[in-house]
Design a protein around this ligand. Structure first.
Ligand SMILES: [Zn+2]
Ligand SMILES: [Zn+2]
Length: 334
């Protein structure tokens, strides 16, 4: 929204009407295109309006207007539409006016962003003499956010890689990621990266495949902004759902131990559908930047809107500092 406003401001042309006096103007305002050049009519009234004209030129096929303001306070607006113009979309966003082409965005999400989506499996194991048994399994989603020295780094939730109950019944854990096309790899949990107070953890894995690396947005998304959720709700791979940022606020989690999830800051609330299995999955904006990591939601009921919660971008960046991870957006400058 700010982007659009800035663009409009850039198009504001202040045209002083070079002392042209008006009288008996059409108080209803006239419609249709007007130029910023002066109009004149001779007058006989007591006060002759002297207009300053502010022209907000239309970009693409948007509406523009001319605002005529007199020092006496009287003003009127002429609206006009540039129906000749068309949006010039670049990766789904008009570079002139900021308009979003949803079809192009959905196409980019399903062909590019989805290649950053992974399924995360944590196996709780117990070793004996010559044997190893799996005593528990937890699943969630993850998102690739970096690539260094032949290894991909992904974010997921702490509660996806750590369960207090399953840890108590086992002697160790193994981590696996399944990529968007179904290939499974063993992954390594970055030491010291599993933090309950952010409900985030960082894993890495090696693969010769080409994946998309999503950059973490430098700022939190604004209310009303389009969001797209990626993940595996109920185990459904590569699920894409859309919604918008509703709010920021605290959420109380009741079905998780504080050693698993202990988030006490304001989180991003949105209405893109998520469910069990979406935990740790990406929330992206229309420019395919990571604006959140899904971590909780209210139980989904048929016919009711979703309430989905994400760790917002600024908290993800703060988390990188916290774990001393030297993060630089991978795609920046490319
Ligand atoms: Zn006047
Ligand atoms: Zn446009």
């Amino acid at each position: 929204m700010k982007k659009i406003l800035a663009l409009l401001l850039a198009f504001i042309v202040v045209a002083m009407s070079s002392c042209t006096l008006f009288d008996g103007v059409d108080e209803n305002g006239s419609s249709g295109p007007v130029s910023s050049s002066t109009q004149s009519s001779s007058g006989t009234g007591e006060h002759q309006h002297s207009f300053e004209e502010i022209v907000v030129a239309p970009v693409c096929n948007n509406r523009g207007y001319t605002r005529h303001i007199c020092v006496c306070g009287y003003e009127f607006i002429d609206n006009f539409i540039n129906d000749e113009g068309t949006h010039s979309y670049e990766r789904g966003i008009c570079k002139e006016c900021g308009d979003v082409n949803h079809a192009e965005i959905v196409n980019l999400i399903s062909t590019e962003a989805i290649k950053a989506n992974v399924y995360v499996t944590t196996k709780y194991i117990t070793k004996g003499f010559g044997f190893e048994v799996t005593t528990g399994v937890s699943n969630g989603s993850g998102v690739i956010i970096d690539y260094k020295d032949g290894e991909y780094y992904l974010l997921t939730n702490n509660h996806v890689v750590y369960s207090k109950e399953m840890s108590a019944d086992s002697t160790g854990r193994k981590f696996y990621v399944t990529d968007y096309s179904g290939n499974e790899y063993q992954a390594t949990l970055i030491e010291g990266s599993a933090l309950a107070n952010y409900d985030l953890a960082l894993l890495k894995f090696s693969s010769g495949e080409q994946y998309t690396v999503l950059d973490v947005a430098s700022k939190n998304a604004e209310r009303g902004e389009l969001v797209v959720s990626l993940g595996q709700p109920q185990g459904q791979p590569n699920t894409i759902t859309m919604g918008e940022v509703l709010n920021y606020g605290r959420v109380t989690i009741t079905d998780s131990d504080v050693t698993e999830c202990n988030v006490s800051f304001d989180t991003l609330h949105h209405d893109a559908y998520i469910n069990n299995g979406s935990s740790g999955g990406a929330l992206v904006d229309s420019s395919l930047q990571l604006i959140g990591v899904n971590y909780a939601g209210t139980a989904h009921e048929q016919g009711k809107p979703s309430n989905s919660y994400s760790i917002p971008a600024e908290k993800i960046l703060e988390y990188f500092d916290e774990i001393d991870y030297n993060y630089k957006p991978f795609n920046q400058g490319k």
